[in-house]
Write a protein that binds this ligand. Structure first.
Ligand code: GTP
Ligand code: MG
Ligand code: NA
Length: 345
């Protein structure tokens, strides 16, 4: 049957990597925000979620496309930020478990580190396709920066010795990746994206390569993952955080992976003292290009379609447990069955 591209949901893209490789900064560059500056000790300690609408991808990739049309079939991207600090392996596992595709961020100056390898193993285990962002190219000695430019244009502008240092460092990291059993290639030299993992050199500070990274995530998902991205109307949704919000009371932040949520829905959530059955009083999202874990202005919705990072306000959520599934009790569902199901997580 012919497929309607309108039935594609937004892919969920998880950012993984060792601490301080620049995961949050890459997102800040895409969002034009300063989330990382506000983090305690500059360390991410929660899973984040940001919706990037197709229009933002389109405008950030304009220079890269040089007038060519972008046949964008996706409504947008839902990006999940994860902590790289070693003590948060549960959150990396949770984040990677939610995603369709991942960006593994590697610091070009440091190469593979402990949590890079941990992340690679998570991605291998779940067979998640991923792209490698070789970040901090602006730290190459005498890097000549033109903000936000496509990476090949940026490379062409560099002095010979800068390109040489880049290639030496890249080759070293590529060898380390080979040692992990990964076949990798710079994305513009990659003739076979099913067999070779794409590398995109980036700078989160000056923005070179960010257009390339965005374009690649969209291209790979909408060309190779169509089956997986077909919208289906069965709910798949995970609780990320339980939070007190002034004026809203206790809320839960959830990632809506598939299906829909509506204001007034009866939801069943795992609680510390047993299952919680409650009603969605407010269904909220941050503004597009804003991080759900940062306090901001929320947009109210009557209903929401996957994929999306969603904040739910409802009574009795105080003891809800992060990392568990959320269910909606439909007219044909037995609430008792759902109560059993949520407590199995
Ligand atoms: P965790 O979430 O704590 O694991 O760290 P992270 O991977 O999100 O890295 P973060 O965005 O916190 O950046 C760590 C530090 O590296 C900050 O001081 C950033 O300013 C710096 N940084 C990140 N990306 C770049 C880059 O591309 N170039 C340069 N020069 N510095 C960068
Ligand atoms: Mg971070
Ligand atoms: Na950090």
């Amino acid at each position: 049957a012919a497929r309607d591209p309108k039935d594609l949901r937004s892919p969920i893209c998880c950012i993984l990597g060792h601490v301080d490789t620049g995961k949050t900064k890459i997102l800040d560059n895409i969002r034009r925000t300063n989330v990382q500056d506000g983090e305690a000790g500059g360390i991410t300690q929660q899973i984040g979620a940001t919706y990037i609408p197709a229009s933002a991808v389109e405008s950030r990739t304009e220079e890269l496309r040089k007038g060519r049309q972008f046949d964008l079939k996706l409504p947008g991207l839902l990006v999940i930020d994860t902590p790289g600090h070693e003590s948060f392996s549960n959150l990396r596992s949770r984040g990677s478990g939610l995603c369709d595709i991942a960006i593994l961020v590697v610091d070009l100056m440091h190469g593979l580190e402990q949590q890079t390898i941990e992340s690679i193993n998570l991605l291998k285990m779940r067979k998640t396709p991923f792209i490698i962002a070789m970040n901090k190219v602006d730290r190459l000695y005498k890097w000549n920066s033109v903000a936000n430019s496509p990476i090949q244009d940026a490379m062409a502008r560099q002095e010979e010795y800068v390109r040489k240092e880049f290639e030496d460092r890249l080759n070293q990291v590529m060898l380390q990746l080979n040692e992990q059993g990964l076949n990798v290639a710079l994305y513009w030299k990659n003739r076979d994206p099913r067999s070779f993992i794409n590398i995109v050199p980036t700078s989160a500070i000056t923005g070179e390569g960010i257009p390339d990274l965005l374009q690649l995530v969209v291209k790979l998902t909408q060309s190779l993952m169509v089956d997986r991205l077909m919208f289906v109307n069965s709910l798949e949704s995970t609780v990320l955080e339980v939070k007190q919000i002034e004026g809203l009371g206790t809320t839960i932040d959830v990632v809506l992976v598939n299906g829909m949520l509506r204001e007034g829905d009866t939801i069943v959530v795992c609680g510390l003292g047993g299952p919680i059955v409650t009603t969605i009083r407010a269904l909220l999202t941050p503004q597009p290009l804003r991080e759900i874990r940062v306090k901001g202005q929320y947009v109210h919705h009557k209903e929401l379609r996957a994929a999306m990072g969603v904040k739910i306000a409802a009574h009795n959520l105080e003891s809800a447990v992060a990392g568990t599934q959320l269910y909606v009790a439909g007219p044909d569902d037995d609430v008792e069955d759902l109560k059993d199901a949520v407590m199995e997580d």
